[in-house]
Design a binder for this molecule. Structure first.
Ligand SMILES: Nc1nc2c(ncn2[C@@H]2O[C@H](COP(=O)(O)OP(=O)(O)OP(=O)(O)O)[C@@H](O)[C@H]2O)c(=O)[nH]1
Ligand SMILES: [Mg+2]
Length: 216
């Protein structure tokens, strides 16, 4: 497993760098999705299920960003998808320069869809553009329906919200309707897909959305 140690980007204007990276990826026909959520919401599990479902149709690569360890990249590699692990030198986010460095370490020829699994937390990742075409965030049922009220920025910055672990609804008092209203008050254009990566419920709608975003 390839592990890359990243350091703080020296670029002064991250937004500009993100725009540049996005253009470079578009030129190569690679759709980059920035996947964000709190730690343990189910990012790697969702990616694993998505890869299992789509790998015969779409060539997928995953950039796994963590403070330490390589378990997530190993989980992805075990599914036969291309994956690399980056460490962020203790930083709680990825920026565009770090994303470019990680992607450059992967052999991406022929890749149509690349995911960045961002560092698990609901705050910092939302503050930095990564160069991704779309921001997708996860809120899992056990985290609670009040999170849009407490951590508004990530919801505001996201194109898609996946409400995951729907199979656990019987055990939690998660008010989906109230949650969706709170999210839409922050970001009226957001698309919301309730899913369970465990049972597969709702996964087809999310995967159809993904396929529609592909650049060719
Ligand atoms: N019941 C249920 N459990 C799930 C689902 N998705 C993920 N989990 C569980 O949630 C836990 C965390 O899942 P991960 O996929 O590792 O979460 P993550 O967001 O990648 O975690 P970090 O990378 O550490 O931020 C694991 O025990 C998963 O099995 C789901 O849809 N339903
Ligand atoms: Mg993970």
């Amino acid at each position: 497993m390839k592990i890359i140690e990243l350091h703080k980007s020296v670029t002064e204007d991250n937004d500009l760098d993100a725009k540049k990276l996005n253009e470079e990826l578009t030129e190569k026909g690679i759709l980059l999705i920035n996947l964000m959520s709190a730690a343990g919401s189910g990012k790697t599990t969702l990616l694993s299920r998505t890869i299992r479902d789509l790998k015969d149709e779409v060539k997928i690569a995953v950039l796994e960003a963590d403070i330490a360890g390589s378990v997530d990249a190993e989980r992805i590699e075990a599914l036969g998808a291309k994956s690399i692990q980056v460490h962020t030198d203790g930083m709680c986010h990825m920026d565009a320069g770090m994303t470019r460095t990680g992607l450059n370490e992967m052999e991406l020829a022929g890749t149509e869809l690349a995911f960045l699994e961002n560092i698990g937390n609901l705050i910092c990742p939302a503050e930095f553009a990564t160069g991704a075409h779309k921001n997708v965030m996860i809120l899992s049922v056990p985290e609670g329906d009040d999170k849009p009220l407490k951590y508004p920025l990530m919801f505001r910055e996201s194109d898609v919200l996946l409400i995951t672990k729907t199979d656990t609804k019987p055990f939690f008092s998660f008010d989906e309707e109230a949650c969706i209203k709170r999210v839409k008050d922050l970001q009226p254009n957001i698309q919301i897909f309730p899913v369970s990566a465990k049972t597969g419920e709702g996964m087809a709608a999310w995967e159809d959305w993904l396929k529609q975003q592909l650049l060719h």
